[in-house]
Design a protein around this ligand. Structure first.
Ligand SMILES: [Zn+2]
Length: 88
């Protein structure tokens, strides 16, 4: 029952800025992000993520809200589809 596409996201404080090498600053914005590698999120700057991932990332106003979404996301079966944003 190997499930290679297991979604195991994590919550982190949203970095305020990024340095040239792509490392997050230790200063945070006070908001929280949900990072899901299985969805293709590499943990890099928000602006670099695909539009579909931005909805999952948040930012969330507090840890509680982020964790609620984390549980929801993790509990979904493999065929998870991200919320669609209307485009154009
Ligand atoms: Zn995911």
């Amino acid at each position: 029952m190997a499930d290679r596409e297991r979604h195991d996201p994590y919550v982190r404080a949203q970095p305020r800025s990024w340095d040239a090498a792509g490392a997050p600053s230790s200063e945070t914005t006070g908001f929280y992000e949900l990072i899901c590698p299985a969805c293709g999120d590499d943990g890099g700057p928000y602006e670099r993520q695909p539009a579909e991932l931005e909805a999952l990332r948040g930012p969330y106003p507090n840890v509680r809200a982020a964790r609620r979404m984390l549980r929801e996301h993790r509990g979904l079966p493999g065929a998870w589809s991200l919320p669609r944003k209307s485009r154009g």
